[in-house]
Every structure is written in structure tokens, then in C-alpha cells.
Design a protein around this ligand. Structure first.
Ligand SMILES: Nc1nc2c(c(=O)[nH]1)N[C@H]1C(S)=C(S)[C@@H](COP(=O)(O)OP(=O)(O)OC[C@H]3O[C@@H](n4cnc5c(=O)[nH]c(N)nc54)[C@H](O)[C@@H]3O)O[C@H]1N2
Ligand SMILES: Nc1nc2c(c(=O)[nH]1)N[C@H]1C(S)=C(S)[C@@H](COP(=O)(O)OP(=O)(O)OC[C@H]3O[C@@H](n4cnc5c(=O)[nH]c(N)nc54)[C@H](O)[C@@H]3O)O[C@H]1N2
Ligand code: SF4
Ligand SMILES: [Mo]
Length: 734
């Protein structure tokens, strides 16, 4: 019947008159989907489609990718640089040369008065890699501040720190193809179906072909937890305890891989001594997972021929973020699950180019995973850039989360923010506001003029975005993929590369250095610097990358010369015994004592405050808030609350309530759902003046990443619902 009807009236796609498709890579999340963007006869961008031949997404896109092309002409884009003398005045338009000169003059004025490091730079995970590299060269080679970091401290810092502590280098060792080989997958604090929909689809497809256990560790019943064989609704912030208990059982039962441990690791005895303290009974009382389940999961994981762990912000955004990553690595090292098909520690990254900034931005070091602390590596880069090696600092400076407090104490007087919106994304909004107001000079470089942070800036630089420019991103599985220019930058905006080059040209030192104007030429510099490094990209170029629909690093010159097609790229790292990045080639097993230092619910603030994301919105909604087809699904701030808790408090579905924490308050609509336990609420962080007014954001000691997911709150009923609705509306920008 249905067949007959379809036959008569086949589904017809609207003909948008697309004349040309241009290749790009999605600029939202780190999955790295290949997109083709369609332009019509008038040169107007009118549609998008997934690239069928791209291994990552195989023709699919999620809701954000499908409508991404609507960004170019969306409301609030910046047309011209804007300037003002004080944040209490209105902005006036200015030209690019005046704006660039102002940046240079303010940087030098502040540095000359207060010292080199008194001017800070905070960038992002959302630029093209060539832009990151260029900003790094400008910062490390010319400006010379050591207080240079990225919003990735809010996001990937714990993963980076954990990889470095365990393996001696950053760099996720696995790939999506591992789903097709694994015999057990454990997902820690990761809501894949909403946050990485296409990776989730790859996982589901693998499970449909060949079933294997999926174990999800998340205090919320997320979409992924609903699909799991075993859901471990862990007490927030206690993943390390569960990891130690799993290892306790594995070692007690003799399920570890002795050969692998001996050939690849140091520190086994110390680890063994520590995990002895975490018997399942003791651990259950802390992490909230019953002891039988702990034993069961430990056996499933250790007995699987290959087992892998993926994780995202539920691990990274914790006071034990770095330890949680090391704990996952420990678990995989003792079971011989690193560098093998289906056996890996795969950090699911966040922003489209969270990897590119780690590899090439020089934020926490120097390009190509080089360390500032290493004299040889400093000398190598200094020679290549033609700068004095003594100009480089000998150790990394402050992370973003330490830069802001240093503004508070007056050590830092000037700040350049590139593609990040801390007024909405950092913990404790009121504190952030006061901090930004304290600055002598703030310059914000963003593709939208109406981001909250520009309200505190002295200078706004309008940037082009996504495929208004050309360059590469690296995705979660180390795949480098290219974005081609589809359309001209909006208004008088410039690509971030052009902006960095223009600013560099204001400084005399740039005369002795090279700042290529073309992204492909910047890529050539990166290739040279990558030779022989873990992150070797010397066999790639933009054309080959497009032709191959993305190439995984390492991909060397020698591999390219051999002419193998498609280019093989590096599917996995550490596949050979003893090739970890410490001097002796061994990975480190590190004992992880648990210290309970979180803000936990108490009588005054009886609910855990959990925060995170929704599928249809991206971060601070500067983009998805403007696009009808993404915004309409979640137009207002809301809170997930368990119906039992709601009944007890007298809250009905759809009513507005006030959440209060030790930092501040926020008005949100109550959504009654079993997704959260009785003692927890979940609020997405996409809305301004909302959940980050409440969060504490205690810092991880190793990574300096904030614990966005563990604070305490109480809920107050609001009598005047109309006024509350009004207040809540004011918290949305659009
Ligand atoms: N649609 C969409 N996709 C995105 C983004 C977006 O904004 N929107 N952002 C991208 C970026 S930058 C990132 S970093 C990723 C983030 O991707 P995810 O980390 O998957 O997303 P979150 O919602 O932040 O958090 C994931 C889960 O961590 C859980 N969690 C909270 N506390 C704990 C805990 O103590 N232990 C454990 N095990 N879990 C806990 C939360 O309940 C939540 O379900 O998404 C990327 N993809
Ligand atoms: N409570 C809570 N807070 C969180 C989190 C959480 O889970 N809970 N997650 C944290 C995480 S993981 C992250 S990654 C951060 C994200 O925090 P932010 O980085 O502050 O969030 P975005 O909205 O992505 O900001 C990026 C900015 O860059 C601009 N932009 C986009 N493309 C370009 C470009 O090509 N050039 C330029 N110059 N600008 C561009 C956008 O308009 C936007 O203003 O939030 C963190 N904050
Ligand atoms: S899954 Fe991520 S990369 Fe793919 S289309 Fe969606 S937002 Fe873009
Ligand atoms: Mo992130």
C-alpha cells in the first residue's frame, strides 16, 4: 500500500537551483563530517549535503551541519571593526589599519608599563589550523607574552594532560574504525547521540553488524545510556574511584595482561598497591555503583579480546579530570588495550578544531607537540621562524582559568580574545563580568558582533567564519580535513589569518620573519616542522586531503612518495611495543588516590547541578541561536528535574523556577523527566546569564580545567510566573 503510494508520489527534493558544490568540513563539532556547500547561479549559498565518499560521515550530517550554510548571512554578523575609548561609551566604526595599529600600540603600551606577560591572549578550538599556527608564531615570536592559552582549557585540557602523563605525549591513539573491531565499549561522561551524532551513528552501525557490550558511565540517563547494555549512574565526580575498583577486581582475579604490562609499562607495583585500597564494597559507598555490578563490569572489560574506552566532558570537566583520563589509560594499559584494533583510549574531542589547536597553536608549548621546556625544541622552532631562541619562555605560562584570576589581581591588564565568549562559557558569570570590566584594554575577535563579551571590549574585530575562508581542521581520530572557500567574508570582515597577518605587520620584528598570506603556504611551513614528529603531516597538502576526503596523521612524505591510494594515514598510535613517547618508550601506570574536594549537595543547596549540551545548540548559541531550524527546538533556558523532586517541591511541568547557588541565581523553566536522579538537576549551558551564573568551576590541579559538572544548587518556587517568564526571556539573546 505504502509502496504504491510512494510510487505514485515519489518524495521530491526541493530544487534549489544549485550550480556548484564546494567541499568543506563541518565547523561545529569534532566529528569532522565532510560537507558540500551548494551555490546557485547568482552565487548565493543555498544548501548543503554530506559527502558520500567521506569515511567519517558517509553522506550523513546532523541537524547542525545541514543548516550550517545559513550562518553566512545570519543576524548579528560583524561588518567593520568597532572601537571605543571606554566600555561606558558607544562603539564607532573604524578601518582595519587603524584597528590593527591600535592592537599593536595597546599591547606594547601595556607590556612596557607592566611587563611582557601583562598582556594575555586567549583563543579557541574553532579556527583553521593554519590560523592557529600563525597566531602562535605572532604570539611566541613577536608579542612575547607567555600568558597565551585557548578555551580548550574549558574542554580538552584534562585529556591532553592525561595523555601526556600516561603516554608521554598528547594525541588520541584510536579511531572510529575501532568500533568495528572492539568487543566491549565503555563510554565515560559522553552523550554521543546528541553531541557527536555521526560518531554515534558509526557506533550503532557497528553494533548492528556485530553486537558487543556497551557500558555507559553517566549520572544522567542520556540517550546513550538508554542504548546501553549496562548503565552506571555514577555519583558525580567519582569516576576515579570506579576506575580504581575495576582495576582492583581485574588484578585480584588475575585478568590483567602481564605480557603487555611488562613490555610496555612502568609503575605497575605502585598502581597495584593503590588499587588494593579500592575493594568494590568500599568503592560502592563512594561512587554509588553497587559492588556486584563493579565486579561484573570489570570482568566483561578485562575478558573481552579487545576493549575500548571513549570519554568526553563527564571526565574532563572535573577536579579529577586529568586523573580520570589517566585512570582510563591505566585500565587499558593493564588489560593490553592500547594501540590495537578495537582496544584504545579514545578521547572524543569537542570543537571542530580542538585537535588543531593542540597540535599547532603553540598555546601550551610550540608547534608540532613541542615543549617550551625543551631547549632543543625551542632552538628548532626559533631557527625556523628566524627569532632569537632566548625570546621564548622556558616553561608554559598561565592557562585561561588562571589568566582570568590574574586580571582580578591586577597582574594582567590587557586581553585579546579570539573566537571565544567567556561571558557565557566560563563558570561564575558575575565574577567573569567584574574581571572583564577591570581590563585596561580588551579586544574581541569574533565572527558575530553581538556576542556577550563584546559588551566589555574596547575594540571589536569582525572575523570571517567557516567556509568564508580556507584551511584545515583535525578531528577526533586525527583526521585532517579541508575547508574550501565557498563565499566571500561577510561585510568588511577578514579571515582570522588575514587579521593575524595584518597585526603581525604592525610590528617591526615581522620584517625578519615570514607570514605567508595563503593558507596553503602556511600549511607548507607546518609540514616542514612536522617532519619526524608524532604529528607528521609532511605527506599531505590541501588538494590531496580534499581528494582523499581527509587523511589521518601521521602521514609522511615517504608514504606520499609511495603513491598508495587512498593515502593510508595513521589509524592508530602505539601499535608497536615500547613506542610510547617517554625516553624509554614505556607508558606510565600512575596511582590515583581519590580526594573528595567537590562542592556537594547539603541541606542549604540540596541538588547536584549538572550542566552540558543539547543536540540542536552549539555552545553559547552565537550560531545556532540565529538559525531557525536549530533554535526552534530549544528556544528557552530550561532545567531537567526528576518528577518526584518536582512533586515534593510543588513544581509543575513548564513552570518557571529560580535556581540558587553560592555564586548567583538563574530563572529556568522546569522540565520533569526521569533522565535525572532525584537529587540532581541538569541545565544546558547554551544560554547567557543562566547556568554559569551558578557554577563554581573548581579547577583540576593538573589541567586547570573547571569542574563545570559538579556544583550544588537549591530551587525556589516563583509566585509571579509572568514576571519569571519575562526574566527568563531576557536571558536569551534572540
Ligand atoms: N550539539 C552539540 N554538540 C557538541 C557541542 C555542543 O555545544 N552542541 N559541543 C562540542 C564540544 S566543544 C564538546 S566538549 C563536546 C561535549 O560532549 P559531551 O561531553 O558528550 O557533552 P556534555 O553534555 O557536556 O556532557 C556529557 C555528559 O557528562 C555527564 N556527566 C556529568 N557529570 C559526570 C560525572 O561526574 N561522571 C561522568 N562519567 N559523567 C558525568 C553529563 O550527565 C552529560 O550527560 O560536544 C561537542 N559537540
Ligand atoms: N556550565 C558549562 N560551561 C561550559 C561547558 C559545560 O559543559 N558546562 N563546556 C565548556 C566547553 S567544553 C567549551 S568548548 C566552552 C565553549 O565556550 P566558548 O568558546 O566561549 O563558546 P562558543 O560559543 O563556541 O564561542 C566561540 C566564539 O567564536 C566565534 N566564532 C566562531 N567561528 C569563528 C571564526 O572562524 N573566527 C572567529 N574569530 N570567531 C569565530 C563564535 O561566534 C563564538 O562567539 O564552554 C565551556 N563552558
Ligand atoms: S556531527 Fe558534528 S561535524 Fe557532523 S554535521 Fe553534526 S555538528 Fe557537524
Ligand atoms: Mo568543548
Amino acid at each position: 500500500m505504502l509502496f504504491g503510494r510512494n510510487k505514485k508520489n515519489p518524495v521530491k527534493m526541493v530544487d534549489k537551483g544549485i550550480q556548484k558544490w564546494t567541499y568543506a568540513t563541518c565547523g561545529y563539532c569534532s566529528v569532522g563530517c565532510a560537507i558540500e556547500v551548494g551555490t546557485n547561479a547568482e552565487g548565493k549559498v543555498v544548501g548543503s549535503r554530506g559527502v558520500a565518499g567521506a569515511d567519517v560521515n558517509r553522506g550523513k550530517l546532523c541537524i547542525k551541519g545541514i543548516f550550517e550554510h545559513e550562518l553566512f548571512e545570519s543576524e548579528g554578523r560583524g561588518d567593520n571593526p568597532l572601537v571605543r575609548e571606554s566600555i561606558h561609551q558607544g562603539y564607532r566604526e573604524t578601518d582595519w589599519d587603524t584597528a590593527a595599529a591600535k592592537v599593536k600600540n595597546e599591547i606594547r603600551r601595556i607590556q612596557e608599563t607592566h611587563g611582557r606577560d601583562s598582556f594575555a591572549i586567549v583563543s579557541t578550538g574553532q579556527l583553521l589550523t593554519e590560523e592557529f599556527y600563525t597566531l602562535g608564531k605572532l604570539t611566541r615570536g613577536i608579542i612575547g607574552t607567555n600568558n597565551y592559552d585557548g578555551n580548550t582549557t574549558l574542554c580538552m585540557a584534562s585529556a591532553v594532560s592525561g595523555y601526556k602523563r600516561s603516554f608521554g605525549s598528547d594525541g588520541p591513539p584510536g579511531c572510529y574504525e575501532d568500533f568495528e573491531h572492539t568487543n566491549c565499549l565503555m563510554a565515560w561522561g559522553s552523550n554521543l547521540p546528541e553531541q557527536h551524532p555521526i560518531i554515534y551513528w558509526r557506533l550503532q552501525e557497528a553494533r548492528e553488524k556485530r553486537d558487543f557490550p556497551l557500558i555507559v558511565v553517566d549520572p544522567r540517563v542520556t540517550m546513550l545510556a538508554q542504548k546501553a547494555d549496562i548503565h552506571l549512574a555514577i555519583t558525580p565526580g567519582t569516576d576515579v574511584v570506579l576506575q580504581n575498583a575495576l582495576m582492583h577486581v581485574i588484578l585480584k582475579e588475575g585478568l590483567e595482561d602481564r605480557d603487555y604490562i611488562e613490555a610496555n609499562t612502568n609503575g605497575f607495583e605502585q598502581l597495584e598497591t593503590e588499587v588494593q585500597k579500592y575493594d568494590p564494597t568500599t568503592a560502592a559507598a563512594i561512587c554509588g555503583i553497587d559492588e556486584d555490578t563493579i565486579r561484573n563490569v570489570a570482568k566483561i572489560y578485562a575478558k573481552a579480546d579487545s576493549a575500548m574506552s571513549i570519554w568526553t566532558m563527564g571526565i574532563n570537566q572535573s577536579t579529577h579530570g586529568s586523573d580520570g583520563v589517566v585512570g582510563i589509560n591505566n585500565l587499558n594499559l593493564i588489560t593490553g588495550n592500547v594501540g590495537k584494533k578495537g582496544g584504545t583510549s579514545l578521547s572524543i574531542t569537542g570543537q571542530c578544531n580542538a585537535m588543531g589547536t593542540r597540535e599547532w597553536s603553540s598555546c601550551s608549548g610550540l608547534p608540532g607537540y613541542r615543549y617550551l621546556e625543551n631547549a632543543e625544541e625551542r632552538a628548532e622552532v626559533a631557527k625556523f621562524w628566524n627569532v632569537d631562541p632566548e625570546f621564548f619562555p622556558k616553561k608554559r605560562g598561565l592557562a585561561q582559568t588562571d589568566i582570568f584570576p590574574a586580571i582580578e589581581t591586577g597582574e594582567i591588564k590587557g586581553l585579546w580574545l579570539v573566537a571565544t565568549n567567556p561571558m557565557t562559557s566560563m563558570a561564575d558569570t558575575e565574577r567573569t563580568r567584574k574581571i572583564l570590566e577591570k581590563l585596561d584594554f580588551l579586544v574581541v575577535q569574533d565572527c558575530f558582533a553581538d556576542v556577550e563579551t563584546t559588551q566589555y571590549a574596547h575594540l571589536y574585530l569582525p572575523a570571517a567564519t567557516w567556509s568564508e575562508k580556507e584551511g584545515v581542521y583535525t578531528n577526533t581520530e586525527r583526521r585532517v580535513n579541508v575547508v574550501r572557500k565557498v563565499t566571500e567574508p561577510h561585510g568588511n570582515s577578514k579571515s582570522d589569518l588575514q587579521i593575524f597577518n595584518l597585526i603581525a605587520s604592525q610590528f617591526k620584528q615581522s620584517e625578519q620573519m615570514n607570514f605567508p598570506a595563503e593558507p596553503a603556504n602556511v600549511f607548507e611551513e607546518m609540514k616542514t616542522l612536522s617532519k619526524g614528529r608524532l604529528v607528521d603531516i609532511s605527506g599531505m597538502d590541501h588538494d590531496l586531503i580534499e581528494k582523499s576526503r581527509g587523511i589521518q596523521w601521521p602521514y609522511t612524505e615517504q608514504q606520499a612518495d609511495s603513491g598508495e591510494t587512498p593515502p593510508p594515514g595513521g589509524k592508530r598510535l602505539y601499535t608497536e611495543s615500547g613506542t610510547f613517547r617517554f625516553a624509554d618508550g614505556m607508558a606510565k601506570l600512575i596511582p590515583l588516590p581519590f580526594i573528595d574536594n567537590n562542592e556537594v549537595p547539603d541541606e542549604q543547596y540540596p541538588f547536584w547541578l549538572n550542566t552540558g549540551r543539547l543536540v540542536e545548540h552549539f555552545h553559547t548559541r552565537t550560531k545556532t541561536g540565529k538559525i531557525g531550524n536549530t533554535n526552534k527546538y530549544s528556544p528557552i533556558p530550561f532545567m531537567e528535574i526528576n518528577p518526584d523532586a518536582a512533586i515534593e517541591l510543588g513544581i509543575n511541568q513548564g513552570e518557571y523556577v529560580r535556581c540558587v547557588s553560592r555564586r548567583g541565581d538563574a530563572v529556568v523553566m522546569a522540565m520533569l523527566t526521569q533522565r535525572v536522579p532525584r537529587n540532581m538537576v541538569f541545565i544546558p549551558f547554551h544560554f547567557h546569564d543562566c547556568v554559569n551564573r551558578l557554577t563554581l568551576g573548581l579547577l583540576d590541579p593538573h589541567s586547570r580545567q573547571p569542574a563545570f559538572k559538579q556544583s550544588a544548587t537549591r530551587i525556589e518556587i516563583l509566585e509571579d510566573q509572568e514576571a519569571a517568564a519575562q526574566l527568563s526571556m531576557e536571558m536569551r539573546r534572540f
